[in-house]
Design a protein around this ligand. Structure first.
Ligand code: FAD
Length: 519
């Protein structure tokens, strides 16, 4: 056993003694030379800011071997773990999923974050080997140096590779390339037992598929091999406005049936003037769409906006070839004429567009406040009902925030992964994201709880088993194991069997509340 291993065991033993004795409330620098530290405020916090569970200690591993030492020590006393461990990437969870009350938060940002781009593996495929604690923006910056980029994204890039691969990772490219979990070639994972495993669809495939979308339950991802493509220098970014939800969704579905022409499709509800201005922070074209939203006592009117993008590889071209593609595509659409707007932006700026929204929210003091968000995958046949449900509840009163609505194709999701999507006979589902910032000093005491309760009622109705819309929540922490069983439906048994195999002592992922240690 090397010196580092010895230190680690000593630290874990000391931690366990402290936990057992309970007279020491937090670890101190006595653990200095080893990898456990006193908790920081951020280890008990996340972007959602509605759950605050303080850990006993945090760990900043230097390597997969460090993670393995910790997990081996903690899982060696079945049937209960000596302490639980939650991986924390960028901490952009919404409901405490990366927290570990009384346990250890393992900060993956400290793992090596080098991004190694391999332009071709000989079969024409290109990939990047990236540390799981790297942010997607760091991956993008490194890959662009080689003229390459991953295929599938999230809207916001300041999330870690390990964090999004533990959920799914979706954005407007997912209709074409699938979610981020469909674009991974290989992973290095440390299982709950402390075993370091390199896995892929052909090598230890059970672990590979378990971990993708696995909500941090089966292992800590320490490295990932991500599929790449050539990066376009520029992107033509188009927005078109609608006054009919039916036409809006029909056109979105038509766009996702044109993957040869179109590279990105999203959309959002235009609820008021603010929706237009706040969503246009990064969009550089002037929008002269200023409709009547039904003010002065009239019934509320909503509009909708489709956003699509086309990659532009023609560096020396005057833009006419891309104009032609955009004209061709928009010609098929039934937006409110003349309300279509387009802008040419660099690929980096396009992918990093939400950063500008972040900066704006920070300026308004709305970034570090609670974010009671609701995200659902909704089968195509239920999307109109879901929209009505939102209008009768969430949107009926005062609403500050954004509502994203865009379609995805379920056949781009590998059913072997742990991610859950609804059954859809026609293969089309929508992501519906209700994104709100709620500062109690502005919306009043208790407003966060009221919003959470409102979202819970919508989710219960939309996800109800039998007779409901058949939706599935995304990024949500379910309130009980019974709810988790309903959420997983027929894949619950597989999920539970994976847990029993890869993390039998239930060390990992306490913040998800899927396998409480008392059940
Ligand atoms: P964390 O919050 O740190 O962790 C999330 C979960 O993954 C936890 O359970 C944690 O224990 C586990 N985990 C983290 N790292 C690892 C690892 N290495 N191995 C195993 N388990 C791990 N999602 C989308 O799909 N599309 C979007 O467009 C999108 N936009 C977003 C925009 C904002 C502003 C925010 C706040 C979130 C957004 N999300 C989006 C959600 C986001 O993908 C998830 O919250 C994701 O988990 C965040 O990554 P993170 O690094 O912050 O993870």
């Amino acid at each position: 056993m090397d010196l580092k291993a010895l230190y680690m065991y000593a630290a874990v033993a000391a931690l366990l003694l402290c936990c057992a004795a309970t007279f020491i409330q937090s670890p101190t620098d006595v653990y200095g030379p080893v990898a456990l530290h006193a908790p920081t405020p951020s280890s008990a916090r996340d972007f959602g800011a509605v759950v605050t569970d303080a850990p006993f200690a945090i760990m900043r591993p230097d390597s997969a071997a460090d993670v393995a030492l910790l997990l081996r020590a903690l899982s060696s006393a079945p049937p209960r773990p000596r302490a639980t461990v939650a991986a924390r990437g960028a901490g952009h969870s919404l409901q405490g999923q990366a927290q570990a009350r009384g346990g250890i938060v393992l900060e993956t940002r400290s793992l090596p974050r080098a991004v190694a781009v391999v332009a071709s593996d000989g079969d024409g495929g290109a990939y990047a080997d990236v540390g799981a604690g790297a942010l997607w923006v760091e991956v993008l910056e490194e890959c662009l140096k080689a003229g390459m980029a991953p295929l599938s994204w999230t809207d916001y890039l300041y999330l870690t590779v390990g964090g999004t691969l533990s959920n799914a990772g979706i954005s407007g490219q997912a209709f074409k390339h699938g979610p981020q979990i469909s674009n991974v070639l290989q992973l290095q994972v440390v299982t709950g037992n402390g075993e370091v495993v390199t896995c892929s669809p052909t090598e230890s495939p059970d672990l590979f598929f378990a971990v993708l979308g696995g909500l941090g339950q089966f292992g800590i991802i320490t490295r990932a091999r991500i599929l790449l493509q050539h990066a376009p220098p520029k992107v033509r970014w188009v927005r078109a406005f609608y006054d009919s939800f039916e036409t809006f969704t029909k056109d979105q579905e038509s766009l996702i049936s044109m993957p040869e022409q179109v590279d990105y499709v999203e959309g959002f509800m235009v609820l008021n003037e603010h929706s237009i201005s706040s969503s246009s922070i990064a969009f550089p074209a002037h929008i002269s769409f200023s409709p009547d939203f039904g003010s002065h006592g009239k019934k509320k009117v909503y509009y909708y906006c489709i956003e699509f993008a086309v990659h532009d590889f023609q560096q020396d071209d005057d833009g006419s070839s891309i104009d032609h593609v955009v004209e061709l595509v928009s010609g098929e659409m039934s937006y409110m004429r003349p309300h279509v707007y387009s802008a040419e932006v660099s690929y980096f700026d396009f992918l990093n567009r939400v950063r500008m929204e972040e900066e704006s929210l920070r300026r308004q003091g709305l970034w570090d406040v609670p974010h009671p968000w609701l995200n659902m995958f909704v089968p195509k046949h239920g999307i109109a009902r879901l929209k009505d449900l939102l209008m009768d509840t969430v949107l009926a009163g005062h609403f500050d925030g954004a509502v994203l609505v865009y379609p995805l194709l379920t056949d781009k999701w590998d059913r072997n992964t742990s991610a859950v999507v609804p059954s859809t006979p026609d293969g089309v589902m929508y992501i519906v994201s209700v994104l709100r910032s709620a500062d109690p000093s502005r919306c009043g005491p208790g407003c966060v709880e009221e919003i959470l309760e409102q979202h819970r009622r919508v989710a219960d109705e939309a996800c109800r088993v039998g007779g409901g819309i058949g939706a599935k929540q995304y990024l949500a922490r379910q309130p009980s194991q019974a709810h988790w069983r309903d959420h997983f439906g027929s894949s619950w048994d597989r999920f539970a069997a994976r847990k029993a195999r890869f993390d039998p002592v239930r060390v990992l992922g306490p913040g998800q509340g899927i396998f409480p240690s008392t059940d």
